[in-house]
Ligand binder design. Structure first.
Ligand SMILES: [Fe+2]
Length: 382
């Protein structure tokens, strides 16, 4: 008897419309569940004849007992049976053996139930009375549909694993790249220090001071990264200042000072061409500005100076005062703090100075000692 309803995927597998279905598929395991002995025997004989491994039982309950131990590829079940019917067996199979295909065998009077079962996961149905040729085609189609679903799922899983693996590789590469950037900037900062006879460890120390103060101010992680880059490279523009000027033991003449004062703009020009250093470039441009507008190169005042540069200015003042310079011996951290308080509102942003005062002096001293120990260890290695 011809069927009026067909699930879409089954329609696609019609021999006339899609790939040819191999009706003989040895190796597949099928369970026939049927209470009518004659029909059951016919089905089992036919399926075995087609090369399938075939078991049988009389009702849904008996089938459930067989399911856990036997991995069936397909169950061909009658709809109406004593003990447990085909629909209940379908539900239980989906719960415990979701990869097993289920085909319902039904009479015309139960056709609507069988059709409804298709929307609940049944692969197909066969109407009684059926021809054995029809059984062969429906079983083969269901097994082919199941194969495609399993293959699709395996492909999906493989794809997800592949995506996860590639994402992990990408993250690791990115991390390595960031570490490399960081090491490069650190090396560059140290190299810049080595040109200035009096600033051994200055770049690293002032960077750590600036980061500590920026955290106190409440800078975000992204801002901290920019601040670290800007602090490490704040004097990169001194590349454009001659060595003898940087190392001159006497005071600079006015014309020499004019040359020296170009370094923030030179630094800005260098860094602003590098996309990931563009924010840091603004900090470098502003790092010699003063809160009251007496700094250089633009004489900016107050909030016109970027926040990162205002934070840097406090850290830089602390470092300049607590390290030996050609014209000035280092003073204690206590004295440096007094001086910072004194210039709050003129050279330095008073709000940032307020944040600086919240941090115990011992923390600054510890940072200075750590940088000193690192520099000593580095000298011993090299
Ligand atoms: Fe500078």
């Amino acid at each position: 008897m011809a069927k009026r309803f067909m699930p879409t995927i089954v329609r696609n597998l019609e021999p006339s419309e899609g790939p040819r279905v191999d009706l003989r598929s040895p190796g597949f395991r099928i369970l026939v569940v049927e209470d009518e002995t004659l029909i059951r025997d016919i089905l089992v004989r036919k399926l075995k004849g087609l090369g399938y491994e075939c078991d049988w039982c009389e009702n849904g309950l008996a089938a459930l007992n067989l399911l856990p131990a036997s991995a069936y590829d397909l169950i061909l079940t009658d709809l109406m049976m004593p003990e447990l019917g085909g629909l209940s067996l379908l539900r239980e199979t989906q719960k415990f053996c979701p990869d097993t295909a289920v085909i319902l065998v039904t009479s015309v009077s139960d056709l609507n139930i069988a059709i409804d079962a298709l929307t609940h996961g049944a692969y197909d149905y066969i109407l009684k009375p059926f021809s054995l040729q029809e059984v062969s085609v429906v079983v083969a189609r269901a097994l082919e549909k199941r194969r495609l679903l399993l293959e699709n799922r395996r492909y999906q899983q493989h794809l997800e694993e592949e995506v996860a693996s590639r994402t992990k590789q990408f993250r690791e590469a990115l991390e390595l790249l960031q570490q490399t950037y960081h090491s490069t900037l650190l090396a560059l900062g140290t190299a810049l220090d080595s040109r200035d006879a009096d600033s051994d460890g200055h770049a690293l120390r002032v960077t750590l001071y600036t980061l500590r103060l920026a955290r106190q101010v409440g800078a975000s992680e992204a801002d901290l990264k920019t601040i670290e880059q800007g602090a490490l490279l704040h004097d990169i523009g001194k590349i454009g200042v001659p060595d003898d000027l940087l190392r001159k033991p006497e005071k600079l003449s006015e014309s020499e000072w004019q040359l020296m004062r170009l370094h923030p703009e030179i630094g800005y020009r260098i860094l602003s061409r590098i996309s990931f250093l563009q924010d840091a470039a603004k900090m470098v441009l502003n790092h010699q500005e003063k809160y009251d507008g007496t700094g250089y190169p633009a004489g900016l005042r107050g909030n016109e100076v970027v926040l990162s540069a205002r934070i840097f200015a406090v850290a830089d003042t602390l470092d300049c005062m607590t390290t030996d310079r050609p014209f000035q011996r280092a003073v204690t951290f206590e004295l440096a703090r007094e001086e910072i308080i004194r210039v709050a509102g003129t050279q330095l942003d008073p709000a940032i100075v307020g944040k600086f005062l919240e941090i115990p002096l011992d923390e600054w001293k510890t940072i200075a000692q750590e940088v000193k120990a690192k520099a000593k260890a580095h000298r011993q290695v090299s």
